[in-house]
Design a binder for this molecule. Structure first.
Ligand SMILES: *[C@@H]1O[C@H](CO)[C@@H](O)[C@H](O)[C@H]1NC(C)=O
Ligand SMILES: *[C@@H]1O[C@H](CO)[C@@H](O)[C@H](O)[C@H]1NC(C)=O
Length: 456
């Protein structure tokens, strides 16, 4: 009975019962904010927690380092993972692919839940999509079937109490996918099927459902980006404040830091330029080698370095965004972006696009790779007072992008909204706008993307 998936299921069921009781009062503060959680058979969520550990997919090519199942230890603490060490209070070995069970847990404890879907303003589908994708991306025998990822869920939603989905044509449904939207958007008719990606976002039956992903595509009418999870999950206000004070006071002797893969790319690109410049400017630049997944479950490896750096370089990798952006924000290390898709055009619900210049630096990647612009030189030119101002703003943003621990103290919950709270606010705004457009017979405005401007 020490088996994590079972323990997890047990806790979830208990919690669901508690949440139903709590949401039953139905008073004013919940107006416009009621969420119904779809009851799904366990094969769509808790059963999928068995997709962990090295022996879950024995046929996986072991030489492909990035492709493996999350370690089973990562299931601890509802997907936050084990604590980094026994005395750690806020730091966990979080595997970002387990955001789905964690988000589910947070929705369950949220309050303003509606048992009756007809009274709900939005419907949350607790499907563990990235975990369900693992067989298609890790089992060679299933590669050719990867266009079917999610088809069973779509069939279930259409068949089980069909009115819930059809009432608003699915526009009021949302779910979380702990991955990049690009990885779930392979055209279903691609031949041969591409490794590592599925076609979940291309399922016509789910076309109107909002997907919360850690990275969105260029025209994200279907999805919206939410922060990559970091390893910092405080549960009380003093823990949060103690960390922010430490980050504020930290002595920062390094001008700029790059954490990531250190193999030089064969073609000129921004990552290559950064590595070349850092090799030359050891006085100004530090590099933390995170290749081969060395950093994934070991925040100590890079957080200390981030606390000691003024600027953190956040170049695109295989895709435009990276978890390291959020590690940097939490460390008070001012992020340096090389394209708008890295964050500004992604996380509008959490990081106000109009204020990016107050807490980050933008250096267009073309100017570095082809224009001879030096990154260190550019950053050295920022006056110290301005660096301090930016750091203050970054640390003001930190509580908005971190994922507070489940079951946090009321005092912390009331002090401000975290990544989950803001994601839920955002998705409720988007759904409200879409349902209104539907009710008022303006279907053309359903897919406009104006919901990023947030009053702050
Ligand atoms: C998606 O929404 C549009 C507009 O409301 C509707 O016509 C269409 O049938 C919906 N599609 C699905 C699969 O529900
Ligand atoms: C590194 O330094 C050498 C010698 O100063 C210089 O010729 C070279 O252009 C520098 N490379 C980069 C990438 O800055």
């Amino acid at each position: 009975m020490a088996n994590p998936p079972f323990l997890f299921l047990f806790l979830l069921l208990n919690l669901a019962a508690a949440a139903r009781r709590a949401g039953a009062d139905g008073s004013d503060p919940c107006a416009g904010r009621r969420i119904h959680i779809r009851h799904l058979p366990p094969r769509f969520n808790t059963d999928l927690l068995r997709h962990c550990g090295a022996d879950a997919f024995p046929l996986t090519d072991p030489s492909a380092a990035a492709t493996s199942a999350p370690p089973c230890e990562s299931l601890a603490n509802h997907g936050l993972g084990p604590r980094t060490h026994p005395r750690s209070r806020s730091w966990y070995r979080t595997d970002p692919r387990l955001l789905e069970p964690f988000f589910h847990r947070r929705i369950l404890e949220r309050g303003c839940l509606a048992d009756d879907p007809a009274r709900a303003d939005a419907v949350f589908v607790p499907y563990y999509a990235a975990l369900d994708a693992l067989p298609y991306v890790l089992d060679p025998a299933l590669l050719d079937a990867s266009a079917r990822h999610g088809a069973e869920l779509a069939a279930f939603l259409a068949r089980d109490q069909p009115r819930i989905l059809s009432r608003r044509h699915g526009h009021d449904h949302f779910l979380v996918v702990s991955g990049s939207a690009w990885d779930y958007a392979q055209p279903p008719d691609t031949e041969p099927r591409l490794w590592g990606t599925t076609s979940l976002l291309r399922l016509p039956e789910l076309a109107n459902v909002t997907f919360l992903t850690v990275e969105s595509r260029i025209w994200p009418w279907q999805e919206h980006a939410i922060p990559h999870p970091t390893s910092f999950h405080p549960a009380t206000l003093p823990h949060l404040r103690a960390w922010l004070a430490r980050a504020r006071r930290s002595r920062r002797a390094t001008l700029m830091l790059f954490t990531g893969g250190v193999s030089r790319p064969s073609r000129p690109n921004i990552r290559g330029s950064i590595l070349a410049e850092c090799a030359n400017r050891t006085d100004a630049c530090a590099v933390v080698d995170c290749s081969g997944g060395k950093c994934s479950h070991d925040p100590g490896r890079y957080m200390r370095a981030m606390l000691g750096a003024k600027f953190c370089l956040e170049p695109p990798g295989d895709t435009p965004t990276r978890r390291s952006t959020f590690d940097a924000i939490i460390a008070g290390c001012v992020p340096v972006f090389f394209e708008d898709l890295a964050a500004r055009r992604q996380y509008g619900w959490h990081l106000p696009p109009a204020r990016f210049d107050e807490f980050s630096v933008h250096i267009p990647k073309e100017s570095v790779v082809f224009g001879g612009v030096g990154i260190a030189e550019t950053l050295e030119a920022v006056p110290e007072a301005e660096v301090r101002r930016m750091r203050k703003r970054v640390l003001e943003m930190a509580p908005r992008v971190l994922y507070r621990r489940h079951g946090s103290a009321a005092e912390l919950r009331e002090a401000g909204k975290d990544a989950v709270d803001l994601a839920v606010d955002g998705v409720l705004r988007r759904i409200r706008r879409r349902t209104r457009a539907q009710e008022e017979g303006r279907p053309e405005s359903i897919y406009t993307m104006e919901d990023d401007s947030l009053e702050m």
